[in-house]
Design a protein around this ligand. Structure first.
Ligand code: TRP
Length: 353
């Protein structure tokens, strides 16, 4: 994406943020995660915390565990049955309230999949091939052949958003091309099948402020790289991960992401947990060196996440509550999807009885 269009998206997103604060009741949010592992604190500060904030503001919140999307860049979905309940636990522990918001999975909503066929007819192969996020994923997956799913999952994702008439999608920059697909599908469907009376609303992006958190080894935080502090990690695991961080020998702690990325990352981490700026934390540590920085970062994470982790441990003892949250969310989402599919078939002239 060009820097220009990103700037435009940022401006638009800031305006929408204002509207959300004034009129939360106008918004229905859909956002989601691929269930490829437990959620880590990068997920938490990048998006989960914001979802809970939106929910608490009074916005209608739907959270999708995108299980079908797991097989875009890998062959099999074998870990999904273990990962889905873990992620539900992460959501609930972080404050998603299943009595107010809905958590659901792709696989429980067959009507959602049925929307994908007509939606595919609304986009061209050229458009699918040009999607920059898909291109990146193909490059990163390092595989000799690319599946049809890889090119078409953004249309499936458009169905995620449109089936429930979500008008707000909190996402990171990498998801903007997918949101553009959803808008294109909505616009073309409206033009072809409900001219003059648009059936699908235009979803808008709410861009998450990237916290810029890296893994403890300086690479992207990722469960598979073994550099991620999970929401569910214990204080000792957190401490061990942070201890592994390779910093530098300079005793004076300063926040300089370009020349001292590892130090900057720990400062960012402590800052997010203490709701202070990294510079502020750096000044406090001063010349006490990397050991003290690690101590502060560890303590900040463990303190911030203590109540969330305690709630998670309580919930782990109650698997029925987890299943129930998902069952209720699935039921609600499925009702909405069935109503949308039926209306879509009406508009397409496909109801014969
Ligand atoms: N593609 C998103 C990711 O990889 C997950 C996702 C699936 C999603 N469907 C969505 C995000 C709908 C927002 C809206 O993280």
């Amino acid at each position: 994406m060009s820097a220009d269009s990103y700037q435009t998206a940022l401006k638009r997103s800031a305006a929408i943020e204002q509207e959300v604060l004034e009129f939360p009741g106008r918004f229905r949010v859909l956002t989601g995660d691929r269930p490829t592992g437990k959620l880590h604190i990068g997920h938490y500060f990048g998006t989960l915390q914001n979802r809970v904030r939106l929910q608490d503001l009074g916005v209608a919140l739907f959270v999708l565990i995108a299980d079908y999307q797991v097989i875009t860049d890998r062959d099999v979905s074998n870990d999904v049955s273990r990962n889905v309940p873990e992620i539900v636990l992460d959501y609930l522990a972080a404050g998603v309230d299943p009595n107010v918001s809905s958590i659901f999975t792709h696989s429980a909503i067959p009507e959602l999949n049925q929307l994908v066929l007509p939606f595919l007819s609304l986009v061209t192969v050229g458009e699918l091939e040009r999607n920059p996020t898909v291109k990146d994923e193909i490059r990163l997956s390092n595989r000799p052949a690319v599946s049809g799913m890889m090119f078409t999952y953004p249309v499936h994702q458009a169905a995620d958003i449109l089936f429930m008439h979500a008008n707000l999608v909190p996402v990171g920059k990498d998801q903007l091309p997918h949101l553009e697909v959803a808008r294109t599908v909505a616009r073309r469907f409206n033009e072809r099948y409900s001219p003059g009376d648009p059936y699908f609303p235009m979803p808008e992006a709410l861009l998450s402020k990237s916290p810029g958190l890296l893994g403890t080894d300086g690479r992207k935080m990722s469960k598979s790289l073994n550099n991620a502090i999970c929401i569910s990690s214990s204080p000792d695991e957190t401490s061990a991960l942070i201890r592994k961080t390779v910093t530098d020998a300079e005793r004076e702690i300063t926040y300089d992401p370009s020349t001292r990325p590892a130090v900057a990352n720990l400062l960012t981490l402590a800052g997010l947990c203490q709701d202070r700026t990294p510079d502020d934390i750096a000044r406090e540590i001063g010349s006490k060196g990397a050991g003290e920085l690690k101590r502060v970062a560890t303590e900040s994470v463990n303190e911030y996440f203590a109540p969330i982790r305690a709630r998670r441990r309580e919930l782990e003892k109650d698997p029925e509550a987890v299943r129930k949250a998902l069952r209720n969310g699935n039921e609600k989402a499925r009702e909405i999807a069935a109503a949308t599919l039926s209306r879509v078939q009406d508009l397409m002239g496909m109801r014969y009885y």
